[in-house]
Design a protein around this ligand. Structure first.
Ligand SMILES: Cc1cc2nc3c(=O)[nH]c(=O)nc-3n(C[C@H](O)[C@H](O)[C@H](O)COP(=O)(O)OP(=O)(O)OC[C@H]3O[C@@H](n4cnc5c(N)ncnc54)[C@H](O)[C@@H]3O)c2cc1C
Length: 63
């Protein structure tokens, strides 16, 4: 996950840079190996993805 398509696979919205209808959720999107309590932020990302998916389904595009 990152803001630069040249150095990341998915955007901060967890949307694949090259396939806008592909979203990835889970600890695999972390750009580093979290040392402490990765699950809280992961839950927050999943919740935000729920909102983003509602938005995307209503109007498909790069978020
Ligand atoms: C021993 C241990 C202790 C930990 N302690 C803590 C802690 O104290 N605090 C903390 O915040 N985090 C802790 N973590 C880390 C935390 O568990 C992970 O960061 C978090 O669960 C990762 O979530 P995830 O959804 O990315 O992956 P997972 O929770 O591993 O979920 C992946 C899911 O995908 C499923 N799956 C896999 N392959 C397929 C397939 N082909 N088709 C369908 N489903 C599939 C699996 O069955 C699984 O349910 C700990 C991890 C371990 C191993």
């Amino acid at each position: 996950m990152g803001s630069d398509p040249g150095t990341s696979v998915v955007s901060p919205h967890l949307q694949h840079w090259d396939a806008e209808n592909l979203f990835v959720v889970g600890a695999s999107v972390y750009p580093f190996n979290a040392g402490y309590n990765p699950t809280g932020p992961l839950g927050a990302l999943a919740l935000r993805l729920g909102d983003d998916l509602n938005d995307y389904v209503a109007r498909p595009r790069h978020l």
